[in-house]
Design a protein around this ligand. Structure first.
Ligand code: SF4
Ligand code: SF4
Length: 443
């Protein structure tokens, strides 16, 4: 008996999306420009004499436009990530896969790489022809030029990415002098290779098979979520297949909503231009909702379903987290103090019969400018600081300050006494923090 072989893997067919012009294509290009100007430009911005946005892993400090976050401030980054996640949930519930279609790096870099491909290899038909051609010198030159251009964009992207974690000017200096450190070189190449592979070779496969967000976002969809729809009831389709030819994932939207659809609206632009030519109203393929399509709602009726319980729920959580984050950042004192008691030395008697305890004050100036601080202690009668009580710290720096506190045993019983250290900036009285400690008087 002959064995039947069932293949579990369908070999990929190369997709050459046709170039499309229209409202949504222009919007996507606007997003490409905006996101890429931000991404490539941000590391070069300077503030207070240093990179305005730098996640300096070496010194474990994150600089965000004048805000310096230390490992103790991790909660702010966690809150920011949660906020981004809720923002994405909210947008997805209302407008479906707009993130995927307009702003996701995979979409943005694929658009850039496709633009390069079109300039070098020509339009869709020319590219399909080139694919089928044997390896002639012309094909080798065109393909070589394309991969070279892709490689340069990818390397620049990798370099920029690393520039968020290592000062970019220093990185550029090292790159030009071929003196990049091994880790920096590794990450530039790794990120560059990922960009080249994902945007040049993998393309729609990243969205179809690799992206986790694509998998779970359907959980946020409901029948009032905006999706790209085909209005079969109109019966105006002339079967020109333009909507399929422009689709970056190679699907036919006329077959209904499919998981591969990234909501890029290229098919809307393509079909609208066909409808213009055949003098039919636009919108045979359009953004709509399942409910709107079934009940023939107009735009105003779709908008009425915008504020539904799920959207209000996500919106309220988003606003609550954003409010808490903003309030907490606004009230944050850019000064931290930790007190560690010298456990090796218990309270000991010194000259004049005073009792001395030794502490180590870990002072962190998280502001973007230098400050001088006065150290004070209270909580036990006659307690005073036996050392210099003014300490100076550079901007965004930390310092361990040994402090000896002395008290009169005649005015404090034997045992442990709670005390409090206070640190206040000499030039800004509002900059003030306190920390508790214990003073021991031997019995
Ligand atoms: S079906 Fe339309 S919206 Fe969906 S991915 Fe294809 S072109 Fe983009
Ligand atoms: S572009 Fe419009 S008219 Fe052409 S096949 Fe697609 S739906 Fe039909």
């Amino acid at each position: 008996m002959k064995e039947a072989v069932i293949k579990m893997y369908a070999a990929r067919e190369e997709i050459h999306p046709r170039e499309v012009k229209g409202r949504f294509a222009s919007l996507r290009w606007a997003c490409v420009w905006l996101t890429q100007l931000l991404f490539y430009g941000m590391p070069w911005l300077q503030l207070h004499g240093r990179q305005a946005m730098l996640f300096d892993l070496g010194t474990r400090k994150f600089y965000l436009f004048g805000l310096v976050l230390w490992p103790q401030d991790f909660i702010y980054l966690a809150a920011l990530l949660i906020l981004c996640a809720y923002g994405l949930f909210l947008v997805t519930t209302v407008a479906g896969r707009v993130w995927c279609g307009y702003a996701c790096p995979q979409t943005v870099y694929t658009e850039v790489f496709l633009w390069i491909e079109r300039r070098i290899e020509g339009n869709r038909s020319a590219r399909i022809r080139l694919d089928r051609q044997p390896w002639t010198p012309e094909k080798i030159c065109r393909r070589g030029a394309k991969h070279l251009a892709w490689g340069m964009v990818a390397l620049w992207t990798g370099f920029t990415f690393v520039g968020y974690f290592t000062p970019v000017r220093q990185l550029a200096h090292e790159a030009l002098g071929f003196t990049l450190g091994p880790w920096e070189l590794f990450w530039v190449l790794f990120y560059g290779f990922a960009t080249y592979g994902n945007a040049g070779w993998m393309r729609e496969q990243v969205c179809k098979y690799m992206c986790p967000y694509a998998r779970f976002q359907s959980a946020m969809f409901d029948r009032d979520t905006l999706i790209v729809t085909y209005d079969a009831g109109r019966g105006d389709c002339i079967d020109c297949s333009m909507c399929v030819q422009v689709c970056p994932t190679g699907i036919d939207i006329r077959k209904g909503l499919q998981i591969e659809c990234i909501g890029c609206a290229a098919c809307i632009d393509a079909c609208d231009s066909v409808m213009d030519k055949v003098e039919q109203p636009r919108g045979l393929i359009r953004y709509s909702t399942e409910n709107a399509l079934a009940s023939h709602w107009n735009a105003a009726q779709i908008k009425q379903r915008l504020l539904r319980p799920r959207v209000i729920g996500y919106g309220l959580v988003f606003l609550a987290i954003a409010g808490a984050l903003a309030a907490s950042l606004a009230m944050r004192t850019p000064l931290k103090l930790d007190v560690i008691r010298d456990r090796g030395a218990m309270g000991r008697e010194v000259e004049d019969g005073m009792i001395e305890n030794v502490y180590r004050l870990q002072v962190m100036n998280t502001a973007e400018r230098a400050h001088r601080y006065r150290i004070e202690v209270d909580g036990i009668a006659s307690a005073g600081i036996a050392d210099e009580d003014v300490v100076e710290l550079d901007a965004a720096s930390t310092r361990a300050v040994p402090v000896r506190v002395r008290a009169d045993p005649g005015r404090a019983a034997g045992g442990s006494h709670p005390i409090r250290f206070t640190l206040s900036a000499l030039d800004d009285p509002s900059l003030r923090v306190s920390e508790k400690a214990v003073f021991i008087v031997p019995k």
